[in-house]
Design a protein around this ligand. Structure first.
Ligand SMILES: Cc1ncc(COP(=O)(O)O)c(C=O)c1O
Length: 386
């Protein structure tokens, strides 16, 4: 008799386990808590968008599209970036449609990072960056954003750059802190990288969520940065369709060529009818030009309510995340506080420590306000007990 035995394997990502997001969502379900931990909307998208996708399917757009994406969608992205950021990306050679920003970031890293290369991440950061670098055999170099303000510290970034630094990953508007890099920040980064060979991966998935009349400082606006950058964005965030997992990367032709070599043997292509639907929907800029006002109103509603509690609010300049300092309310660690908040108050949040490799605890938690007003009001009624 043959024994069925699974051969032992050595994990490539031994440190990766169940994420805090999964843990908190399960706890929220168990305690019927309002889930302000999860980073996605609890409301629907513009009905014209699924209609455009349905129309594309009915019209027979159901086979493989060209490898870098449906031309009409790449042209729409190129036109949008040129109108907003003043740089023209050639849709034929410089824009690639991806299965969400997550695939775009992984593919960019796999395309350029070799074993032994160093890649700088600024903590707290989105949870896919570090495992992506490790999968490519790169060495992760963690540089903290300034504790308290969570703004970039260019002195520390400069100190982390070595001859082995292949790339730096930045994210503005920033998840989890809600900070937005200023024109001075971008200029400082451009000056810092000018004498180096460092590539930049710019995670700009929240590009259309910048508040108080400010502009999003895309790296595309800065020639010295754009020339070394993969600019990544996500239709999921912009159009309230996170489950569709479609995004794009814009990069100079030589970088895009290497990106596409990996993309071709990774996903090859991305959902055809969704790309056609998005291309058609993008003809109207109103859905993204109106997004700052849409989310700013929710931010203000949520902040007004939280201001009546003993939570101390951190600034929220962009994204749909609001951070709050818990030190007046509790002596618990961030993670313990989030569990307590879910169980006892009925609202789930995410500890900021989850976005640091070493779990740095600065008594700050993250709430997501991409929720219906009704959801936010109910959450605020519960949080009023704090
Ligand atoms: C900073 C950041 N980057 C990337 C992503 C992933 O985007 P997508 O769903 O398009 O893969 C997210 C989603 O939460 C994010 O917050």
């Amino acid at each position: 008799m043959t024994l069925a035995r699974t051969p032992a394997i050595q994990s490539k990502l031994p440190a990766v386990g169940t994420t805090i997001f999964t843990v908190m969502s399960a706890l929220a379900t168990e305690h019927r808590a309002i889930n302000l931990g999860q980073g996605f909307p609890d409301f629907g998208c513009d009905p014209r968008l699924p209609q455009a996708v349905t129309d594309a399917m009915a019209a027979g757009h159901n086979q493989y599209p060209p490898m870098p994406g449906v031309p009409a969608l790449r042209e729409a992205v190129s036109a949008k970036m040129e109108a907003l950021y003043g740089r023209r990306y050639d849709p034929v050679t410089e824009i690639t449609v991806t299965a969400g920003a997550t695939q775009a970031i992984l593919t960019a890293i796999l395309a350029v990072v070799r074993p032994g290369d160093e890649v700088i991440v600024l903590e707290p950061c989105y949870d896919s960056y570090v495992p992506n670098i490790e999968l490519a055999g790169g060495t992760v170099v963690r540089v903290p954003l300034t504790p308290g303000s969570l703004r970039p510290d260019f002195g520390r970034i400069a100190a982390a750059i070595t001859p082995r630094t292949r790339a730096l990953i930045i994210n503005t508007p920033h998840n989890p802190s809600g900070t937005v890099w200023s024109a001075q920040d971008m200029q400082a980064l451009q000056d810092l990288l000018a004498p180096t060979e460092v590539l930049l991966i710019a995670d700009e998935v929240y590009e259309h969520m910048v508040f108080d009349g400010r502009a999003h400082e895309s790296v595309a606006r800065y020639p010295g940065l754009a020339a070394r950058s993969f600019v990544v964005s996500s239709f999921g965030k912009t159009y309230h369709v996170t489950g569709w997992k479609v995004g794009y990367v814009a990069a100079p032709a030589p970088l895009s060529a290497e990106f596409r070599k990996v993309h071709q043997f990774n996903v090859f292509t991305v959902n055809t009818p969704v790309q056609h639907g998005l291309a058609q929907f993008m003809a109207d800029p109103a859905p993204y030009t109106g997004l700052p006002a849409f989310y700013q109103r929710k931010r203000d509603l949520f902040r007004e309510g939280l201001a009546r509690t003993r939570l101390r609010l951190l600034p929220c300049e962009g994204t749909y995340f609001q951070c709050a300092d818990i030190s007046q309310v509790s002596d618990l660690s961030e993670a313990e506080f989030c569990q307590w908040l879910t169980r006892e108050i009925g609202v789930a949040a995410i500890p900021l420590s989850a976005f640091y490799g070493e779990g740095f605890d600065q008594r700050v938690v993250r709430f997501c306000f991409a929720k219906q007003d009704e959801t936010l009001h109910t959450a605020l009624e519960r949080l009023a007990r704090l």
